[in-house]
Design a protein around this ligand. Structure first.
Ligand code: PEP
Ligand code: MN
Length: 361
């Protein structure tokens, strides 16, 4: 990065660099779970002395997908976080799943609580937590639910806002899917983008650790998050990831984290670029053509629907659909279009055509 090189060359001290040239986006880091006082203090010391991270995260209540594993140290661990805060001047963030957790967090001066993915999906629980937050000055992060439903996510955010919390932040941690991928959770960037479109005032952070699920994939996901104009990153780090009691595969050790931060490239998310504007103008025209063509196609679909109805021909014609798909995918290959994308697009168009023809009955 330019700043790093510049300061190294001119002042020789990397600490000077971190003082003057920190990242614009917010960074939160810490272990998946608070495992011991020593682990928390070590992590806090590292963050406070070697990085520009201002907030330490740690889970203290860790009900796992299946029972029987390590389930967190609870209230005891809140004391460790409180002492990390006092010793190193960091703010601290903890996951809450019940009103009792919220109450304990206030008791131990926790600064930020977050609602985890498994909780966000349940409006009953979210409402209870929101009610318990009323009147507190906690900041609240709301992770996306496990299923890719932007309305459920936004609904949880709104419940917290309606409780009078002013500092609410959305956290994108990916979605559970059955699709095979190297990643633990599918990012489905269109969902945080939809939240951003509807609520431009809202900050969205990304949690690349839970999306990646593997330490070596955290950097590419984090960089992608910056390309997607996310406002911050929450990353899991651990002094000794191999022996972590939860999420051992995805936590970075301290030097891996420093390397990741030094390699991240922040992007210009708002600037005016003439060349870009010109290319966007072409995209705008092409999109208009696409939409006009689709509308023409649907008009013919409607006519075919009338014909099928009159002549008692079934709406779905499997042989025709198979041939059409094969032919269009061949065409797509010729134009170098991604096959998965084109299949999904053709399926959506076909489903809409069937719907239109169904309405003719
Ligand atoms: C966590 O941040 O450790 C956690 C449990 O996250 P999520 O709710 O996103 O699974
Ligand atoms: Mn975790």
């Amino acid at each position: 990065m330019f700043c790093r090189v510049f300061f190294k060359k001119h002042y020789g001290k990397i600490d000077f660099f971190s003082y003057l040239c920190t990242m614009k986006i917010t960074l939160i880091a810490g272990p998946c779970s608070a495992e011991s006082e020593e682990q928390i203090l070590k992590t806090a010391e590292f963050l406070a002395t070697k990085t520009s991270v201002k907030t330490l995260r740690a889970g203290v209540w860790k009900l796992r997908t299946r029972p029987g594993g390590f389930e967190g140290h609870g209230e005891k661990a809140l004391r460790w976080l409180q002492s990390a805060k006092e010793k190193f001047g960091l703010s601290v963030a903890v996951e809450v799943t019940t009103p009792e957790h919220v109450e304990l967090c206030s008791k131990y001066n926790i600064d930020t609580v977050w609602i985890g993915a498994r909780t966000t999906g349940n409006p009953f629980l979210v409402q209870k937590i929101a009610d318990s937050l009323a009147g507190s000055d906690l900041s609240v992060m709301v992770k996306n639910p496990l299923n890719p439903d932007w309305a459920l996510w936004l609904g949880a955010i709104e419940r917290v806002e309606e409780a009078g919390i002013t500092n609410v932040i959305a956290v994108h941690r990916g979605f559970g899917t059955t699709q095979h991928s190297e990643l633990r959770n599918s990012p489905m960037w269109e969902i945080p983008i939809e939240i951003k479109r509807r609520r431009p005032d809202l900050q969205i952070y990304c949690d690349p650790s839970h999306i990646a699920g593997r330490a070596d994939l955290v950097f590419p996901v984090a960089q992608r998050a910056l390309d997607m104009a996310m406002d911050g990153l929450m990353i899991e780090i651990h002094p000794d990831p191999k022996h972590a009691l939860t999420d051992a595969f995805q936590q970075l050790d301290f030097s891996e984290f420093e390397k990741l931060v030094s390699q991240l490239v922040e992007k210009d998310t708002h600037g005016k670029h003439n060349e870009l504007e010109q290319m966007r103008a072409i995209i705008d025209d092409l999109d208009e053509e696409l939409i006009a063509t689709l509308a023409k196609r649907m008009k013919i679909v409607e006519k075919i629907g009338e014909y099928k109805h009159e002549h008692k021909v079934s709406t779905l014609q499997m042989e025709r659909w198979k041939k059409l798909l094969e032919n269009r995918l061949n065409l797509g290959r010729k134009y170098n279009l991604n096959e998965e994308f084109l299949t999904a697009l053709l399926n959506v168009i076909h489903a809409e055509s069937l719907r239109i023809q169904g309405d003719k009955r």
